[in-house]
Design a protein around this ligand. Structure first.
Ligand code: FEO
Length: 170
């Protein structure tokens, strides 16, 4: 099976993006851990694994169709955050950027009549809806509960309860 050089590059770029997301969420988890947000730490360690699984899906797709994946190096992520809310806002921004990138590859697949890549990408389109929604929901909680000490504890509890619910995409 063949895909265009443009599609191969787009998917390799996406591998780098997912790898970057995994690395960023690992750094977020670590910050949560040392700051005392243990629920947040569990949540973002799981999120980091999930992004690695996304990366792996793209790597395997390219290799399976004989296009050969490129494993990139990633830029070191930010290692500190002003607040848990700020961290979650950054996570949402990252996911919005991933959604945009996925949609661009879908557009390319459509334009090139690359049905194989188009079908493969469908899973990611749906996944991104969930990814954005979960961070939007968490940010909404900050508004609903308020910003006092109790509220921050509540958010950490919410993250702890959702840490096991992040789906593994391997
Ligand atoms: Fe794999 Fe959350 O983007």
């Amino acid at each position: 099976m063949r895909i265009s050089p443009k599609m191969k590059k787009a998917i390799n770029d996406q591998i780098a993006m997912e790898y970057g997301a995994s690395s960023t969420y690992m750094a977020m988890a670590s910050w949560c851990e040392v700051t005392g947000y243990h629920g947040g730490a569990s949540y973002f360690y799981a999120q980091s694994t999930e992004e690695r699984d996304h990366m792996l899906k793209f790597v395997k797709y390219l290799n399976d169709i004989g296009a050969t994946a490129t494993i990139p190096t990633v830029k070191a992520p930010a290692s500190s955050y002003k607040s848990l809310e700020g961290l979650i806002k950054t996570a949402l921004k990252n996911e919005q950027a991933v959604t945009k990138a996925i949609h661009k590859i879908v557009d390319l697949a459509h334009k090139e009549k690359d049905h194989c890549s188009y079908a493969f990408l469908e899973w990611f389109v749906n996944e991104q809806v969930q990814e954005e929604t979960k961070f939007e929901d968490l940010l909404q909680k900050f508004d609903l509960i308020g910003r006092d000490k109790l509220a921050i504890n509540e958010i950490d509890k919410i993250l702890a309860s959702q840490a096991g619910a992040t789906d593994s995409a391997a």
